[in-house]
Design a protein around this ligand. Structure first.
Ligand code: DLL
Length: 437
């Protein structure tokens, strides 16, 4: 179902007009109400009047997570606190959290965005939407919750964790839609497999809305098979509101971005210039409707590409390809760029292995080391190393050829890699960069 055809299927020229109108307003607000943006624009010699079309967006300054940290907590806010209705935050990689504040309109728009994604799974009255994203400062829980409410669905706010209870409620309350991180969904699927009382095929579960971390096609196939559902990708970030900046349609061929609210660009992260259409680079967003904390050209660090062709679903909203990873998650191992998600993609090619993995990077005798813990599925596992060899060799060869590095692969017994209830942690980089180079 298309929740808001007027916006989701708007002809491009009309969309550009709307974006132009909204950008002009946003830039004016930023300049007049947020000293940080006035300083930045003055330094670049740009006035709000210089922005007359959406194409002028490239004249505007970027905003980075360092700017958000420097302006912590409310330096980027454009309204008085009396107009703020909610505060969320996400744990930044270092130091202070990234803060998002919302007016009532911001909350309404956010619910609208999430509703557009949930509507892809025909969510409506009578549906039980189990929200197993964490509730709290993290935007996942309340974001999904408000989106489900907007569609008149039944909200089941289980939050994350306590997997046995999640599964019991899923069965007893007739959950039809599950919202959580793909890694937690995988964990729940494993728990269901092990359960004596609950069988996936007897559940009413129909669809899952998974996001907040990169996930591969292999994981999608696994979730769809194990849970008997359609797995829909939902994308978002605290800086733009939270989940629902975009989501997949039923064709699962890229994530539609709600362009009437968020303007996406792809830049080369080194030159900061726009890349050629369709090329891979860093995703940058400008908010077009946010009141409390409007943001110009936010550098997400997410690496992807834009797809402008009209989608089979009828939506004209631009799509982003699967997020390859974050530029700040990229590991440089002996000079080679490695993304943890590559490991996941490779693992899911080998049916004997579970998709769980953990990478430990270290530096010994001035050389980087890359240790990869993986698990064989119970039916393939043997503690006898000789019996593991036939499985390790092809995996090792594939890792070497795709990633260009030679990992030390360790096979662990089933279920020994730590499962996560939220965003999965896949890497421990023990290298001390303080006296490097
Ligand atoms: O993760 C918001 C969210 C909650 C999205 C629930 C989807 C579902 P942050 O904690 O600020 O917000 O993290 C944002 O997570 O820049 C991406 O790197 C990553 N991310 C979010 N969704 C996806 C996705 C929430 N579908 C950061 N695929 C983003 C890949 C994702 N990465």
């Amino acid at each position: 179902m298309i929740h808001n055809p007027a916006m989701e299927c708007m002809p491009r020229e009309e969309m550009r007009k709307l974006q132009t109108e909204r950008l002009i307003k946003t830039v004016k607000t930023c300049y007049e109400k947020v000293p940080f943006y006035k300083r930045k624009m003055d330094k670049m010699g740009i006035k709000p009047e210089d922005i007359t079309s959406i194409d002028d967006i490239t004249k505007l300054p970027f905003t980075t997570k360092y700017d958000l940290r420097d302006e912590y907590p409310f330096g980027l806010q454009a309204v008085p606190m009396s107009e703020v209705r909610r505060i969320h935050a996400s744990s930044g990689t270092t130091g202070k959290p990234v803060v998002g504040t919302y007016t009532q309109n911001d909350l309404d728009n956010w619910a609208e965005c999430v509703a557009r994604v949930l509507a892809v799974g025909d969510i409506g009255p009578g549906d039980v939407v189990q929200v197993s994203y964490g509730y709290g400062l993290f935007t996942g829980g309340l974001g999904a919750h408000d989106g489900a409410a907007k569609l008149g669905a039944i909200q089941l706010p289980t939050s994350s964790g306590n997997s046995e209870k999640q599964i019991m409620l899923m069965q007893d309350f007739g959950t039809t839609a599950l919202c959580c991180t793909p890694s937690y969904a995988l964990h729940l699927a494993e728990c269901i497999e092990k359960s004596d009382t609950v069988k996936a095929e007897n559940l009413k579960l129909r669809v899952g809305f998974f996001g907040a971390e990169p996930w591969t096609w292999g994981i999608r196939r696994e979730l769809e098979k194990k849970l008997h559902i359609k797995a829909i990708d939902i994308y978002g970030l605290t800086e733009m509101s939270g989940p629902g900046v975009g989501g997949e349609c039923q064709y699962q061929d890229g994530t539609h971005v709600w362009e009437d609210m968020f303007y996406p660009e792809i830049i080369n992260p080194e030159t900061l210039e726009p890349v050629a259409p369709g090329e891979q680079g860093e995703l940058v967003f400008t908010s077009l409707c946010k009141e409390a904390m409007p943001i110009l050209r936010y550098r997400t660090r997410d690496l992807t590409h834009l797809i402008y062709e009209k989608c089979r679903c009828g939506r004209t909203a631009v799509r982003i390809g699967k997020i390859l990873g974050r530029s700040d998650d990229m590991l440089i191992i002996r000079g080679v760029n490695v993304f943890p998600s590559q490991v996941e993609a490779i693992l899911t090619e080998f049916p004997a292995f579970s998709p769980q993995y953990f990478i430990t990077v270290d530096r010994k005798n001035h050389e980087d080391t890359f240790d990869l813990d993986v698990e064989l599925r119970p039916e393939f596992f043997s503690p006898n190393p000789a019996k593991q060899m036939p499985f390790i060799k092809p995996l090792y060869d594939r890792l070497c050829s795709v990633m260009g590095i030679k990992p030390n692969v360790h096979i662990l017994p089933p279920n020994s890699i730590q499962r996560s209830t939220g965003k999965a942690k896949h890497v421990n980089d023990k290298r001390d960069f303080s006296n490097w180079r």
